[in-house]
Design a binder for this molecule. Sequence first.
Ligand code: NDP
Length: 419
Amino acid sequence: MSRVIIIGCGGVAQVAIHKCCQLDSVFTDLCIASRTIEKCDKVKKELEGKTKTNITTCKIDTNNFDELVKLFKEYKPEIVMNLGMPYQNLIIMDACLECNCHYLDTAAYEPEDVNEPNWRKDYERRVKEKNFTAYFDYKYQWEYDKKFKEKGLIALLGCGFDPGVTQAYVAYAKKHEFDRIDTLDILDCNGGDHGYPFATNFNPEINLREVSSEGAYYENGKWISVPAMSIKKEYNFDGVGMKDMYLLHHEEIESIAKNYPEIKRIKFYMTFGESYLRHMNCLENVGLLSTKAIDFNGQKIVPIQFLKALLPDPASLGPRTHGKTNIGCIFRGVKDGKEKTYYIYNMCDHQESYKEVGSQAVSYTTGVPAMCGAMLILKKIWTTPGSKTVEEFDPDPFIEALDKYGLPKTESYNPVMVD
Ligand code: NDP
């Protein structure tokens, strides 16, 4: 018996809700709390009669601490799964501490307005000191470690696919395959086609902010920054074929570098098609990716939020997306004194995901790990309190759960290396 609140009812949350309801012996009581209650009610209606999970819904504004505390005190969840926006991670973590419940999310905190003066000052100092240029940064959530530990609670950070499963792959590789890992390349390929000239597969604001930022990788204890999309490689992905991929900064690089200091170089690549990049460059050039509010006919408008309203909702892409995703990690290192390479990845089919839960594979590959992480906390298999990323927990039960609940691993002991 468990009581769980899922915050958000977008692409990722809808998959997690479906998966929790499939596992109704663990997720017995579920509250879907989000901004647009109609979306929550629609999902509840779709699932009723197909699951034993008792579903309730609630309208909430996650910017409002008092509203969060009121809901958490009334519902008394054991865990809150924050599958909304990363802008509200800290406020939701505070509410979890106040109400003594575990916390889980799928993206590192970043501020909604990156021009907010106090945050900007801190950011510019970090860029100067560490050459670490991303807007997202685990520092803010790691600062909660002591508070969660003191209460015996877990804040599980970034429990989607990447971040999330990619870090479990690192912990798994270190546990079973290597005495020492030297290099890591994380490869995120979406070979899916939704038929639109331009659409993002997850929240457009977060996606476009991530992709249009400077690229970066970690080498010998230092961040190396490169202009956005300036490092391009080709890779032949299992289940997908040959794709162009570009070096990006991604949040798990920061936590893996901290937790596995032996790894000398960590890089992250994501595939993009020509059309996506052309549209993104154009949108950036005309100012539509800006997070700074402008006055328009007496109204304040944040350009990237306006753009989000124009683009297809990622949660609506399911029926029209065909093809597969392939996400995984390629390692080089040493086992028993011998040099070795190893590749562990998952392939996920957009249409199969749609048939199972009504969503495309990018939402599926994020919502399933979120459900698995919550399940391990509820079953008391992952018990270490604190504010932690996925690689800090035993990877075996997580990888086993992913194998069982829809994201099985494939392994290769002779992979084509990126460099
Ligand atoms: P969506 O935009 O589809 O969903 C976001 C949901 O949050 C919506 O239901 C939205 O409400 C709700 N929401 C936003 N602001 C508020 C608020 N102030 N109060 C209450 N509810 C709010 O995003 P996705 O589902 O695509 O992504 C969800 C998260 O998952 C993001 O943080 C994203 O970065 C992360 N992600 C992580 C991945 C990983 O592998 N780790 C991969 C993909 C995504 P409304 O319905 O009214 O808009």
